[in-house]
Design a protein around this ligand. Structure first.
Ligand SMILES: [Zn+2]
Ligand SMILES: [Zn+2]
Length: 295
């Protein structure tokens, strides 16, 4: 499985020279089956625009888009996604809504006349909508997909994707349950709003994954002093979770909107020093726009 990063910035695109190395586009990742070239797309942030350019020359014209949730940074690329304007393409867009109609309405709302000059009816591709939640499992081509609710101010899904014997988990826009509990989805009523039970369930879901792409928006200091309750994780919390679930590799994603390349490189070198001192042995890198990883 190939993992192509087209956007890993959180909350807002960050254009500018100081963001060039890690990139300023918001969440969008393409997962490719190397054997067949079939692919799926995780989130439709502004990174979707650069992925579109790549797809225009591709022989594969059918795919699915898995939306974690509908905050701007995860859907802003949708109106600009060129394959939607070309009849040969076929997509199903999945996301955490109760009905297909709600999915359609939410996306179509972004295309309302006040926000964008083109509405959904102008798209030429075959586009369908479907819902996703924690009880659902689907297969697209050779990819098997399931999901789990994250801890975020709106209902948000983490997706787990398996291909052959490899498993990847995309867990963005998540705050540790043990720090602050956001509105719990009705599907989780049996957990009685218990942060520790929900944390145990998450670790079970993540157990032994080959790759964990995880929200690491803040430093420990930023999180404790300013951003507790904003629905995101600190780098330290995310590494701790990756270690607890025995992930084989972790990629830090959803970089703070003002986090410069220089700061990321500094944080990373401090992190590697800490790993060395504490004898921590896990493959860990920062997500970098336009980079590709094979698992
Ligand atoms: Zn986000
Ligand atoms: Zn969000």
């Amino acid at each position: 499985m190939l993992v192509n990063f087209f956007g890993s910035r959180g909350s807002l695109p960050s254009p500018g020279l100081e963001y060039n190395e890690y990139g300023g586009n918001t969440s969008c990742i393409q997962i490719v089956d190397k054997e067949t070239s079939n692919f799926i797309i995780l989130d439709g942030g502004t990174g979707l625009r650069n992925l579109a350019t790549k797809l225009l020359n591709s022989d594969i014209t059918e795919s699915i888009i898995l939306l974690s949730h509908f905050h701007w940074d995860h859907i802003l690329g949708i109106p600009f996604f060129k394959p939607f304007y070309i009849p040969k393409f076929k997509f199903t867009i999945y996301g955490p809504k109760k009905t297909k109609e709600e999915m359609y309405n939410t996306i179509n709302h972004v295309l309302a006349e006040d926000y964008f000059p083109v509405n959904f009816e102008n798209f030429k591709a075959d586009i369908k909508f479907d819902t996703f939640d924690e009880h659902k499992k689907i297969q697209f081509k050779n990819f098997k997909i399931e999901a789990l609710w994250t801890n975020h101010p709106c209902y948000t899904l983490s997706y787990k994707i398996s291909l052959g014997n490899k498993t990847l988990v995309y867990l963005t826009d998540h705050e540790p349950y043990t720090e602050r509990l956001h509105k719990v989805h009705p599907q989780l009523e049996s957990y009685n709003n218990s942060g520790s039970l929900l944390q145990a369930r998450l670790i079970n879901y993540l157990a032994d994954c080959d790759l964990l792409i995880i929200d690491a928006e803040y430093t420990k200091h930023e999180y404790k002093n300013k951003y507790r309750g904003w629905g995101h994780s600190s780098i330290n919390d995310s590494i701790q979770l990756a270690l607890e679930c025995r992930a084989k590799q972790v990629i830090l994603h959803h970089h703070g909107q003002e986090r410069t390349d220089e700061q990321i490189n500094m944080i990373y070198s401090q992190l590697m020093q800490l790993f060395k001192q504490s004898n921590i042995n896990i493959k860990c890198t920062y997500a970098k726009e336009n980079s590709c990883l094979e698992i």
